[in-house]
Design a protein around this ligand. Structure first.
Ligand SMILES: *[C@@H]1O[C@H](CO)[C@@H](O)[C@H](O)[C@H]1NC(C)=O
Ligand SMILES: *[C@@H]1O[C@H](CO)[C@@H](O)[C@H](O)[C@H]1NC(C)=O
Ligand SMILES: *[C@@H]1O[C@H](CO)[C@@H](O)[C@H](O)[C@H]1NC(C)=O
Ligand SMILES: *[C@@H]1O[C@H](CO)[C@@H](O)[C@H](O)[C@H]1NC(C)=O
Ligand SMILES: *[C@@H]1O[C@H](CO)[C@@H](O)[C@H](O)[C@H]1NC(C)=O
Ligand SMILES: *[C@@H]1O[C@H](CO)[C@@H](O)[C@H](O)[C@H]1NC(C)=O
Length: 267
């Protein structure tokens, strides 16, 4: 009996027994939403998803294992398309997610909030759209958020400033708008602040460390004013022109009529 228990325990501790159903769901779903036109994801097959790790060894290129669980995913510059599955959140031991420099579209799933161990999130240089999920704030260990060079819209959630460990933050070259939260642009105390490099390349983003809001209302008014003014001026000009032309024609006609009546017999 004792021997059996020892045997069972030994079995449980063996690397091949350490497959994880959450990691399997995570990888299976991710491989379904990502598109890999150049077949760069070698060995990304169903059988590997069931058993991606053997202790600290990974059978899945791009994945790094720690004690049988995936703790790092690095799939950069592989011409990947498609979108990020919300089931990525099932890789609950993930500490680093780097999908940078691909052509991934769709939104950043809110479900990434369940990756409570996440320290590095690098989704830069893709085609991600929609808003930056404020829920990322729940990933309390986040050190790095790099979302530069995407198509993200909306405002920067000011909750992100609550991430006390954040030391790198880059949302440059997106389509973000609105004010830069002081919690990021002008953080208090010893927290690292992020300079203009982190925010540039977003047409409608404003406030420190970028310049203040452009006085857009005034310039629009000015343009409308100039348009109306010149429109009115040309209207007046053409009206005068037509009047003069009419006057001349009228005079000519009258003269002509006079001439004609000269030769007309009077009845
Ligand atoms: C591919 O995965 C299988 C397990 O599914 C593993 O035995 C094999 O070594 C892996 N190949 C590479 C190149 O990692
Ligand atoms: C990205 O991949 C392409 C083609 O595989 C390669 O030529 C290029 O050097 C890579 N870029 C980086 C930054 O690794
Ligand atoms: C896996 O992720 C999905 C999407 O976030 C979630 O609905 C589901 O509950 C997760 N499953 C497990 C076992 O955590
Ligand atoms: C994110 O990935 C890009 C491209 O791989 C790299 O150049 C950049 O330095 C990374 N960001 C951070 C903050 O490490
Ligand atoms: C930055 O914050 C401090 C107080 O924390 C404030 O006095 C200062 O005016 C702020 N600077 C800008 C440019 O908003
Ligand atoms: C902005 O900060 C980064 C480090 O976060 C630094 O490398 C860069 O030189 C700074 N740029 C400016 C214009 O201060």
């Amino acid at each position: 009996m004792g021997l059996l228990i020892v045997l069972l325990l030994t079995c449980a501790a063996l690397p091949w027994a350490s497959s994880d159903p959450s990691d399997e769901a995570c990888l299976t779903h991710l491989s379904q939403t990502l598109k890999d036109p150049l077949k760069n994801l070698q060995n990304w097959t169903k059988s590997t998803f069931a058993n991606p790790c053997s202790g600290f060894t990974s059978y899945l290129p791009g994945a790094t294992c720690n004690n049988g669980r995936i703790y790092k995913l690095s799939l950069t510059n592989l011409s990947l398309q498609g979108s990020i599955s919300p089931f990525l959140s099932n890789c609950t031991n993930l500490q680093s997610l780097d999908l940078s420099s691909n052509s991934i579209s769709g939104t950043i799933p809110q479900d990434l909030q369940y990756l409570v161990n996440l320290a590095v999130l690098n989704l830069s240089s893709n085609r991600l759209e929609g808003e930056i999920p404020a829920q990322l704030t729940l990933c309390a260990y986040l050190n790095v958020i790099d979302l530069h060079d995407n198509l993200l819209t909306g405002q920067i959630p000011q909750e992100l400033g609550l991430l006390a460990r954040l030391s790198a933050f880059d949302v440059s070259y997106n389509k973000l708008s609105g004010p830069i939260p002081a919690s990021l642009g002008n953080r208090s105390g010893a927290l690292p602040r992020f300079n203009a490099t982190s925010f540039e390349g977003n047409k409608d983003l404003y406030g420190y460390p970028l310049p203040p809001m452009k006085t857009k209302g005034l310039s629009v008014l000015a343009i409308v004013g100039i348009g109306l003014g010149s429109g009115l001026a040309s209207l007046v000009l053409s009206f005068t022109g037509v009047c003069i032309w009419l006057k001349i024609t009228e005079e000519k006609m009258a003269a002509e009529e006079g001439k004609v009546s000269q030769y007309m017999p009077d009845y």
